[in-house]
Design a protein around this ligand. Structure first.
Ligand code: ADP
Ligand code: MG
Length: 476
């Protein structure tokens, strides 16, 4: 034992396996690819905070040993990412029996490595008693994710109504219920809310909620131990099965095939299935055609990007629960500036509240700009007025020159108002300056345009979609 090898980051760690052994080289290569898949999935920031801290330490007796340098990291990573790591890894290499995360404090790495074998396992792929699988297979639910805490508006009302319906009735109104929408728009929240509601109404009903990764992991494990029958058996007594983020099943052929069978079997047994994804069934990539069409058989409900009103509503509701007070004009400011998703809105609000209670006084706009520099900058791409005018003209099929012409017919006036609205929201230009760029119009005309477009966006869903689309095009 005791060879040294260069780990993925280039620093030296000691390990028990022979670093040059073919097995270990393969394991290293797999780790690189597992990491890059996870990075794609969770984004750079999360990746840096968690996954990047993990070192591949050993591979012996079909067991992969990963290490981090603190208990804190170990706990968080085990809770949040171990399932993902395992499922991605198993997809590449079915011969792995176990993946374990251990703590190795930087300077004691050598001392500790000798007896890792005696450490108690916190996870184990090998223990698989099917009678306790039922309890262990469903993930924990967040107690804050209830229907009561969910703010409803045009963009999410269909998804909300469908979720309520499913949780209020014992029959299966539509199967599957397919919820989709971008990151941070409330899919997981709604699924947890369904589970809470069903259990509150009837504690005996059995609900399983899990991520698609977790499903995959359990499934692949069953394949390995050749007990897919037992795997399916677990679901026999389930009333409601929810699989979150199903896009992560895409592309893994054997898993997909089996998922499809399990899925069909459950629907045949009239179990309620609830699936979420970031795209509609038709747009999911790497999913077999028949699976795709089957997913769309029930009710497909999408959550649209949030409107200004809904963002403001959410902020107001969350503000009420805070101990610190944040003034209404600041909430409006946030609702204007932070458009991407609810998670960022919440983050911004919490940061302001924390600061406010720290300094013991109310927050003003200047402080907000300062405290939220990073968030505001990222949601404010460098778009200029000309670009906006060009994209909007193309989109509504009018001439670019009509942006500054004096024509007032609706077909050109409305797009012009949209362009003014976007100029106000996506650039840092002042109202008078925007007016000047639109054929020397007065700043009050710009204000009117902004109000008009806001009003239309809240009333007319397809108009709102147009605007959302333009924003997305301009910002990307
Ligand atoms: P997704 O699963 O779609 O990525 P989540 O359900 O995890 O998004 O939501 C992200 C965060 O935003 C959660 O804290 C959730 O409670 C909150 N959230 C999302 N939509 C709403 C809403 N309509 N009302 C209140 N909170 C919401
Ligand atoms: Mg989610």
């Amino acid at each position: 034992m005791g060879g040294n090898f260069l780990d993925y980051h280039g620093s030296k760690v000691s390990c028990m396996s022979d670093p040059k052994s073919q097995d270990f080289v393969e394991i290293q290569a797999q780790w690189v690819s597992v990491r890059s898949r996870i990075r794609q999935k969770i984004g750079d920031a999360q990746f840096k905070s968690w996954i990047k801290q993990i070192k591949l330490t050993n591979f012996q007796d079909k067991k992969v040993l990963l290490s981090v340098n603190s208990n804190f990291l170990k706990t968080r990573i085990t809770e949040q990412y171990l399932d993902i790591i395992k499922s991605y890894w198993l997809v590449q290499n079915l011969k792995i029996d176990d993946i374990e995360i251990i703590v190795i404090k930087n300077d004691e790495s050598k001392k500790n490595l000798g007896n890792t074998q005696n450490k108690s396992k916190d996870i184990s792929l090998t223990e698989s008693k099917s009678n306790d699988l039922f309890n262990s297979i469903s993930s924990d639910l967040d107690s804050r994710f209830t229907f009561n805490n969910f703010i409803v508006g045009k963009p999410n009302e269909l998804a909300f109504a469908a979720a309520r319906r499913v949780s209020e009735t014992k029959d299966v109104p539509f199967n599957p219920l397919f919820l989709y929408g971008g990151v941070g728009l409330g899919k997981t929240h709604l699924m947890h809310a369904i589970a809470h509601e069903i259990k509150a109404r009837n504690p005996l009903r059995r609900v399983i909620y899990m991520s698609a990764e977790k499903f995959m992991y359990h499934f692949i494990k069953a394949l390995r131990f050749k007990n897919t029958v037992a795997f399916k058996e677990q679901f026999r007594n389930v009333d409601v099965l929810m699989i979150d983020d199903v896009q992560f099943i895409s592309g893994k052929d054997s898993t997909q095939e089996e998922f499809f069978h399990t899925f069909n079997a459950l629907i045949d047994q009239n179990k309620q299935l609830i699936i979420s994804a970031d795209k509609s069934p038709q747009d999911l990539e790497g999913i077999e055609e028949r699976m795709r069409s089957r997913l769309g058989w029930g009710l497909v409900a999408d959550i649209h990007p949030l409107s200004y009103e809904l963002r403001l509503g959410i902020l107001q509701a969350k503000e009420e629960k805070l101990s610190a007070r944040i003034s209404p004009n600041i909430l409006e400011f946030l609702a204007h500036k932070i458009t991407s998703n609810v998670r960022e809105l919440e983050g911004a609000l919490n940061r302001l509240a924390a600061f406010s209670s720290l300094v013991g006084r109310e927050i003003n706009l200047d402080m907000v700009q300062d405290l939220l520099k990073d968030l505001l900058r990222s949601s404010q791409k460098k778009v200029n007025i000309e670009e906006i005018q060009k994209k909007v003209s193309q989109h509504f099929n009018i001439k670019m020159s009509d942006m500054s012409s004096s024509r007032r017919s609706r077909t050109v006036a409305r797009p012009r108002q949209v362009a003014m609205y976007l100029s106000k929201n996506l650039t840092s230009r002042s109202l008078p300056e925007i007016g000047r760029r639109f054929g020397n119009r007065d700043h009050t005309t710009v204000i009117h345009a902004v109000r008009k477009v806001e009003e239309l966006r809240s009333k007319d869903l397809s108009f709102d979609e147009d605007v959302q689309l333009l924003i997305r095009m301009l910002e990307s």
